[in-house]
Ligand binder design. Sequence first.
Ligand code: CU
Length: 184
Amino acid sequence: MALAVEGKASMLVLLAAIFASLQVCIASVYTVGDSAGWTSIANVDYKQWAATKTFQVGDVIYFQYNPQFHNVMQVSHAEYRSCNSSSPMASHTTGNDSITITRHGHHFFLCGVPGHCQAGQKVDISVPRTSSLAPTATAAASPSAHSTDAAAPASSPSSAAPSPTLMGRLQQLGLSMALLAAFA
Ligand SMILES: [Cu+2]
């Protein structure tokens, strides 16, 4: 059962990656923490995990964990920052929680078990207002970006285009990381 669900999720993620590279809009399923899941003991950097994703309205955020030890609470930005789980907007406790993103903006989640959020079990799912601004982030994460960057100076020395593009990507990456750091 668990394997089947995992396989299905992986397939969806794979399909999403293919469609994203073709710039076709499709809802994706993101397993928080990937194979590590939703935990406080594996030292997962959920900020880093989220930074590598381009979330869109309609995407499904999947939290997988042992419900004996963890839970998922959706909280405000202030509560996220202070790890306050006393009055969440929503609580999820099944261990297999799929949350569909229905609007743009930030969606803050943390584990309400004492000490877990402080240990880093918190994630900020940031969904940009328009997905048309997002493709560069997807391109930066794709394997083909490497070969393009490596080949560009040799094959087209007269063209100045590759460098600004790469710089733009790096700047965007740095900016989003700085933003995420500010929200932590
Ligand atoms: Cu926990």
